[in-house]
Design a protein around this ligand. Structure first.
Ligand code: HEC
Length: 456
């Protein structure tokens, strides 16, 4: 209500997902890959293995390019997108965890400095000092995961923080440890998966085979324990939050299935690299990476969708309305908007009075501020699609808007606003997918009415 809405035609949520998923795929590599570098260097030096050291040097270059350069750019990209798409959530996360972020940035600084010194130190530093920079890098990188994990899991399970607003309660929330274990395993697996890529372009088949075998040691055990950590994670999600994952259009369960399938595919492909490790092709290593990318993306989609209707669990809805009033904050709770009206509360709306002539246009504005954080008109999660399936006319839509919070096991917040505003929103939605009253009545036959028990 306090900020302008950025119209992303294909879906704001989808844009965040795209930027965030590419970033996490690289940032987890940045963590696990750090340990991979130091342990591989130690192994090569102990065995007096110049060939392995030579490869590791080029792998370091690849590592720094991917993690420091792309990782940093995509990380800034996340701030840029979430700041524009979800300014309320971003502002809240900054305020709640201000010292957490400060510590995070210190670790980033150490991480980037150590990575560059490790890269440039390959030929210039004593092996022992060089290894130290590798360890400093890895410890700082892991510490940054330890911090950000608290903030990300807080968004899903805010736990008892909502009662006392204590930093540590929010940070060490119910899903903190399972998520940390889960992400650590992903980071270790990704270290091996990315190593397959640089291994695949090695000319010497014997060296290639050794690197591929060493990499699968990182991938296979890590992926094998992942389902157990996933199970632990799910068990720590409150039952009512988890319930929202079921229903007729269960986004979360679909993605959970994708994640499981793609995880199994990644696991199998990683094992297959052992069949002829000396002849593994670049295309094959990219296929492993692609499967892992899909698995990771699906997992992030699951997390996002079970969090709905909230962006910060039991505190802030995805459409930037608070669950309960927060005195002195300047934001609005859903109830406050229902009594004052959307048009009187939203700061970036041009028209504040509804007339029969502008009803649908005002409805569109209401859609932008209340629904567009999760929907588009006719692209990603497009309401046109749903209305086409339902065949609702304007009056049915208006009735449906009165019970949004009961649909799909409560993935949506209740409509916040006055009755005339609800009518205006219905008028707009009816223009997206016009349905005659007869067609609507015919489609309604044989379908149960809207009830709180839902699943219809
Ligand atoms: C927190 C995100 C969120 C917000 C905000 C939100 N929705 Fe939804 N909406 C969803 C999800 C998720 C679904 C389920 C669709 C799916 O799983 O594909 C849904 C489903 C729907 C459906 C289809 C219902 C059915 O069963 O046919 C309609 C219509 C709809 N939303 C309209 C709206 C309108 C209008 C608003 C604004 C007042 C709104 N939504 C706000 C997330 C949201």
């Amino acid at each position: 209500m306090n900020y302008p809405v950025w119209d992303v035609s294909f879906g704001a949520g989808l844009l965040i997902a795209l930027v965030a998923i590419t970033h996490v795929f690289v940032s987890h590599f940045a963590v696990g890959g750090g340990l991979f570098l130091v342990l591989t260097e130690r192994k090569a030096r102990r065995n007096h293995d110049p060939a392995l050291l030579g490869w590791l040097k080029t792998h370091t270059k690849f590592f720094v390019l991917v993690t420091v350069v792309f990782g940093a750019i995509s990380g800034v990209g996340i701030w840029f997108t979430i700041g524009l798409i979800s300014p309320m959530a971003t502002a809240n996360l900054i305020h709640i965890f201000v010292w957490g972020w400060a510590i995070e940035w210190v670790f980033f600084f150490i991480e980037i400095t150590a990575a560059l010194l490790y890269l440039y130190g390959w030929d210039k530093l004593e092996p022992a000092l060089h290894a130290w920079f590798g360890w400093i890098y890895f410890i700082a990188a892991y510490a940054s995961l330890v911090i950000i994990n608290g903030i990300i899991t807080f968004m899903l399970t805010s736990g008892t923080w909502t009662r006392n607003h204590e930093f540590w309660r929010g940070f060490f929330n119910p899903t903190y440890f399972p998520s940390l274990a889960f992400r650590t395993a992903i980071a270790l697996a990704l270290a091996g998966i990315y190593a397959l890529i640089t291994a695949s372009v090695q000319k010497d088949p014997i060296l290639k085979a050794r690197i591929v075998r060493w990499s699968t040691w990182w991938i296979v055990p890590s992926l094998a324990v992942l389902p157990a950590f996933g199970w632990w994670y799910i068990r720590r999600i409150p039952a009512d939050v988890w319930a929202a994952t079921h229903g007729p259009m269960p986004t979360a369960t679909h993605y959970a299935l994708f994640a499981a399938i793609l995880l199994a595919v990644t696991f199998t492909l990683a094992l297959l690299t052992l069949v002829r490790p000396g002849r593994m092709h670049l295309a094959f290593s990219l296929l492993v990476a692609l499967a892992a990318f899909g698995a990771m993306g699906s997992f992030e989609f699951v997390r996002e969708s079970i969090r709905k209707p909230f962006v910060i669990g039991s505190y802030l809805y995805a459409n930037s309305l608070y669950f309960a009033p927060i005195p002195g904050d300047g934001g609005f709770s859903a109830d406050e908007v229902t009594s004052a009206g959307v048009l009187q509360s939203a700061k970036w709306i041009q028209v504040r009075d509804i007339t029969p002539a502008n009803q649908a246009a005002v409805g569109r504005e209401i859609f932008r501020v209340e629904c567009q954080s999760c929907h588009t008109a006719n692209a990603y999660r497009g309401v046109k699609h749903y209305l086409q399936l339902r065949q609702w006319d304007q009056s049915k839509i208006q009735a449906m808007l009165g019970g949004l919070e009961f649909m799909h096991n409560g993935v949506m917040p209740a409509f916040a606003g006055t009755d005339p505003e609800r009518a205006a929103l219905a008028a707009y939605l009816a223009t997206i997918q016009p349905v005659s009253a007869q067609a609507s009545a015919a489609a309604a036959d044989g379908r149960p009415a809207l009830t709180a028990a839902n699943n219809w």
